[in-house]
Ligand binder design. Structure first.
Ligand code: F6P
Length: 319
């Protein structure tokens, strides 16, 4: 293996740059030529390769987003698009590829693998919804962003004695919501994995008021459905002053936490080591603080489970 490439694909996440830096520098350390592919699979199809050097990744470890840019590439869902990508990889004499992203990115990686392109995946998504790894790059930063928002909203919620419904990202999963809800002391946590009757939420609010609580934070994962309807129902059933706050894309940006930078550095270096040792079709995961690698096939066919203990703890502590 003489020449490898790295790309980021799908939704960006804080720490992707730290992962790119680790891939680039580990490759150079091992005397391997390293190329960055711009705009994920779209850049593969269109041959957007740029030679990276040590300086290309200077001053990026602290930056959110991805210097390589990213895309959700529709053309790569077609056989024709995939064949074009493979042709570009071969024309540029790329011997192996590191892909950083989530579920869709890994499905794409397998298509390249099937076409004899050695590929290793690194889990980079704020959602943390990837099986075979305790953590994905970006999750910790996003949870901290949400907790910061909860702290701020709580100030005004207390002052005006209001109920706040806060919508949190996560696509179909509730990992961000659960972690931020536990860390931010949310009074109720609504996630797609564990259905809760809206009457129970209102009962909780009323019980809190009876024992002197002057406000409530209801954290709702976007995957639950229309958050406006939920806020409206709470207003109707409780008769209390309720406000809705949709956090939106601030959750995907910002400087990565130290934990995300460390995770990204470890995973980036490991991905290159795996490629150089002849591995392919694997994702780097972290289980119990230890790096491991798993077949991407397995990763994409498994559903990551919510930690019920974490959920029950959050419920118990919010009484
Ligand atoms: O997967 C990351 C994520 O931010 C999800 O939490 C969210 O549902 C989705 O991406 C939004 O994607 P887009 O910005 O492409 O609409």
């Amino acid at each position: 293996m003489k020449r490898i490439a790295v790309l980021t694909s799908g939704g960006d996440s804080p720490g992707m740059n730290a992962a790119i830096r680790a891939v680039v520098r580990t490759a150079i350390y091992n005397n391997i030529d390293i190329y960055g592919v711009k705009r994920g699979y779209s850049g593969l199809i269109h041959g957007e390769f740029i030679k990276m050097n040590l300086g290309s990744v200077a001053d990026i470890i602290q930056r959110g987003g991805t210097i390589l840019h990213t895309s959700r590439c529709q053309e790569f869902y077609t056989d024709e698009g995939r064949e074009k990508a493979v042709a570009k990889l071969r024309a540029n004499r790329i011997d192996g590829l590191v892909v950083i992203g989530g579920d869709g990115t890994f499905r794409g990686a397998l298509e390249l693998e099937k076409r004899q392109i050695p590929v290793i995946g690194i889990p980079g998504t704020i959602d943390n919804d990837i099986a075979c790894t305790d953590l994905t790059i970006g999750f910790d930063t996003t949870v901290n962003t949400v907790v910061d928002a909860i702290n701020k909203i709580r100030d005004t919620a207390t002052s005006l004695e209001r109920i706040f419904v806060i919508e949190v990202m996560g696509r179909d999963s509730g990992f961000i919501t659960l972690a931020a809800g536990l860390a931010g002391g949310a009074e109720s946590i609504l996630i797609p994995e564990i259905p809760v009757d809206i009457n129970t939420v209102v009962d909780n609010i009323e019980r809190g008021i009876k024992r002197g609580k002057r406000h409530s934070i209801i954290l709702v994962a976007e995957g639950i459905g229309d958050v406006r309807t939920i806020a409206q129902k709470i207003t109707e059933l409780s008769g209390l002053d309720t406000r809705l706050s949709i956090l939106g894309y601030i959750q995907r940006g910002g400087t990565p936490t130290a934990s995300d930078r460390i995770l990204a550095s470890q995973m980036g270096a490991e991905a290159v080591r795996l490629l150089l040792s002849g591995s392919s079709g694997k994702m780097v995961g972290i289980i119990g603080n230890k790096l491991e690698s798993f077949d991407i096939e397995l990763v994409i066919t498994q559903n990551k489970q919510i930690d019920n203990n974490e959920y029950n703890l959050a419920r118990m502590l919010s009484i």
